[in-house]
Design a protein around this ligand. Sequence first.
Ligand SMILES: Cc1cc2nc3c(=O)[nH]c(=O)nc-3n(C[C@H](O)[C@H](O)[C@H](O)COP(=O)(O)OP(=O)(O)OC[C@H]3O[C@@H](n4cnc5c(N)ncnc54)[C@H](O)[C@@H]3O)c2cc1C
Length: 452
Amino acid sequence: MDYQVAIIGGGPAGYTAAEAAARAGFSVVLFEKRALGGVCLNEGCIPTKTLLYSAKVLDTARGAQKYAVSVTGTSFDLPKIIARKQKVVRKLVLGIKSRLTAGGVHIVAGEAAVVDQHHVQCDGQVYECDKLLLCTGSETFIPPIPGVDTVPYWTHRDALECKTLPHSLVVVGGGVIGMEFAAFFCSLGVPVTVVEMMDEILGGMDRELAALLRAEYAKRGVRFLTSTRVVSMEGDATGVRVAVENADGPAVIEAERVLLSVGRRPVMQGFGLENLSLEKTERGCLRVDAHMQTSLPGVYACGDLTGQSLLAHTAVREAEVAVHHLAGQADEMSYRAIPGVVYTNPEIAGVGETEDSLQRRGVSYRAVRLPLAYSGRFVAENEGVNGVCKLLLGEGNAVLGVHVLGNPASEIITLGGMAIQLGLTADAWARMVFPHPTVGEIFKEACAEGIL
Ligand SMILES: Cc1cc2nc3c(=O)[nH]c(=O)nc-3n(C[C@H](O)[C@H](O)[C@H](O)COP(=O)(O)OP(=O)(O)OC[C@H]3O[C@@H](n4cnc5c(N)ncnc54)[C@H](O)[C@@H]3O)c2cc1C
């Protein structure tokens, strides 16, 4: 069978590329070996946020007194929370499938392998293509900790399916995924210990805000061991013992379960990638240009496979760029304004430079910090809680970085991304008209504060 575009992998990168390419008039075949929607829809972004929303509703109900509303008998039903998560996932996966089918994409359910740049094999059938898009995503990295193979550890997949709460949980890795699960289980009353090798959780996010979030969850009972290395682990279905080491010396943490969330790595093997002899970066990822084209013209790579940011929205944008290029439209990938969000309660979000990244590069900047209590809407909806907005401004008041701790950081951070992407100064951003009252108005306030 002959197609203009063949795409391997039906996650955010693959399905976005398939839909866009079909819309641009190409004949498209999309191969997916597990489930359309990829990690994001089936075991990542969407299921975690669905669970976290149940936790947030629970938090809100428990704190309802603060708003002069009494809620009695607050409780939750974990199997039903998990069942709702599955319902949400099913609905969205079906939505993707029907959009692709309606758009004329030929979906092949099976494991595809690259034969050469113009041929893909799947279930004994060879498909011919003019252009090839590789969108195979990433997989959980299991660290080679002594004893890890003998322990019934959890990955995010197990945690998402847990129908009985563990009595206690150790989360190895205080990154975004680790913190989101720590937040979920903490809200449901599980004693959680987070072990992080670095000296702060949420590497890559604003350190000051990450420290504030850590302090908030420590208040709620989460135990944090930063600058702490896991040395070994042992255990069985009844419990685990995680041996750690830090400046205070060695220690053992006992818990019923351990969740490993130390990172993900691109899927580079098992689908004939070696048949293309593509150039790699120093970090071992596929080298792509600003159009997401690999070293072989006509072969593109998008999404987690490129190892650039391991985020669904990056994958989507990379796929759009690739399709625009193969359709002959001018477009280039930029990683300057990719928002990062942690969907804890409160949320934390950032886009652009951090103080750390600017200091590393010796760029001079000013940090403007405002409490979110400067926003009337935030005060109305967040009794007894404060948050922080931080703008990083460079020469000529250029907006270099935007960071927010407080709800709904995930929703308002797009404004910061737009300011950075469009090269706005604080002066220009402050002249925008913001609807009142909204939490986003904090940016107008912070800009006004930061104009020199
Ligand atoms: C717990 C968790 C929470 C997350 N939360 C967020 C979040 O809130 N926001 C966010 O932006 N990102 C989040 N992510 C990351 C996000 O899921 C990924 O960045 C995103 O899924 C990457 O999309 P992708 O298309 O590159 O790859 P994937 O989603 O990994 O999709 C790749 C697809 O390719 C298929 N495939 C691989 N090889 C073959 C083959 N040979 N033949 C056929 N099919 C193949 C796989 O089955 C898979 O479906 C989270 C991840 C995890 C694990």
